[in-house]
Design a protein around this ligand. Structure first.
Ligand code: DNO
Length: 393
């Protein structure tokens, strides 16, 4: 596997020379300053590419070239936005950047409820608390019919939480679910936006009446339109699974597990229509067996996110050690190195530890925590390669 790292561009506090020192080979990045839906020009792409190369690294993967909402809900802007997307893809292909990660999650990219969940050893990790999430949905957003998406017991606990939650905790919950986790991944809401809850409600309304089948057919349409460009320039698209892999806020989700992934890959059965195998997102769903998914989809995987989760009996989950949890990353590396060797992989997220505190890194994207996880995965990859080589002799 190629060791890559998600880097947020020239303004990232974690610099390219720092990444050289810790054994990173390839860079995963995007033109973060270009608003969703606008064209990535060749000049801007080449400028960043050369900046990366001047540091002795190379731009391995784009994460993400964002898919605008109007493409997902088939709004009237769709054709123009797809044309723009095609031009950006062609410009990337011409520049030799051929792996493009994207997602098709409506309105909200990944979701967590706690960005600093304390661990016994003094470090912290990202956490998803089902009841706090339901609280946001039912009592802050006050989404119509939201209570129907939760069990009676969950609603009882939501009401209990309502008795004790403070205004400050509510603000943090809003900030965590729809602001802090979204802006830096080119999501819909950014820090500093006024009244994020109202913006979020407006976005949700765009999907009224759109069910899973419609979203899937919009995705198929998008992929069919862009495939000729991908073929011409050798660009591989790789969809990121939904995180967490189940419907949120009454919105359809279409990349949640085995059946969904099969359908997408078959609907547009072209090697340029591939998968980002995010072991973290997939493992948060107890319906997913990550190793079976890897066995089945390794040949269509173009990019791997190595991360793991631990899921609690009540449905809460925490981002686990990269050597533990439901991601089974050791065996996962074995499967990929056997079935599709050399794929770019990045450690996805890391704990907040030691000097990471108070650095204001993007949530999940600490320096020391990710460096620690990268070192662990580096060891795993080296061990697996050694095993495979010795077995061949
Ligand atoms: C969060 C990330 C996601 C991912 C996008 C890909 O940490 O895993 O934001 O980058 O969904 O399009």
């Amino acid at each position: 596997m190629e060791k890559t790292w998600r880097w947020f561009g020239k303004k990232d506090k974690i610099t390219l020379p720092m990444l050289r020192q810790i054994g990173v080979e390839g860079i995963v990045t995007a033109l973060h300053d270009i608003p969703n839906g606008e064209i990535w020009s060749s000049e801007a792409i080449l400028d960043l590419k050369q900046y990366i190369e001047a540091a002795g690294l190379h731009w391995s993967v784009v994460e993400s070239l964002p898919v605008s909402e109007a493409i997902k809900y088939a709004g009237k802007e769709r054709e123009r936005l797809i044309e723009n997307y095609k031009i950006s893809l062609a410009n990337l292909g011409k520049a030799g950047i051929k792996t493009v990660c994207y997602n098709f999650m409506p309105v909200i990219d990944w979701a967590r409820t706690d960005l600093n969940h304390p661990l016994e050893d003094g470090s912290s990790s990202l956490f998803f608390d089902k009841i706090r999430f339901a609280y946001f949905d039912c009592c802050i957003l006050k989404r119509e019919g939201a209570e129907n998406d939760y069990t009676d017991d969950e609603m009882r606990r939501v009401r209990q939480l309502d008795q004790v939650i403070t205004e400050k905790e509510k603000d943090i919950l809003i900030d965590t679910i729809i602001v802090k986790t979204q802006g830096f991944v080119n999501g819909n809401i950014k820090e500093g936006d006024q009244n994020p809850v109202a913006i979020f409600k407006r976005l949700l309304a765009l999907y009224k009446g759109i069910d899973k089948e419609m979203l899937l057919s919009n995705m198929q349409y998008f992929l069919e339109q862009i495939m000729p460009v991908c073929e011409e320039y050798g660009v591989n698209m790789c969809v990121h699974p939904d995180d967490p892999p189940w419907p949120l806020f009454g919105l359809p989700r279409i990349v949640t597990g085995k059946e969904d992934i099969r359908r997408i890959l078959q609907a547009v059965d072209n090697p340029h229509n591939g998968l980002t195998f995010c072991a973290g997102s997939l493992s948060a769903g107890v319906h997913n067996n990550v190793l079976q998914l890897a066995e089945e989809f390794a040949s269509r995987t173009r990019f791997v996110h190595l991360r793991s989760t631990h899921v609690f009996d009540n449905g809460d989950f925490i981002e686990a050690s990269h050597l533990g949890g439901r991601g089974h990353l050791i065996e996962l590396v074995r499967i990929f190195e056997k079935k599709n060797p050399g794929l770019p992989m990045r450690v996805d997220h890391g704990r907040l530890m030691l000097d990471d505190k108070d650095k204001d890194y993007n949530p999940g994207y600490s320096f020391l925590g990710r460096m620690f996880a990268l070192a662990q995965m580096d060891g795993v990859i080296a061990t697996v390669k050694d095993e495979l080589q010795r077995n061949r002799i």
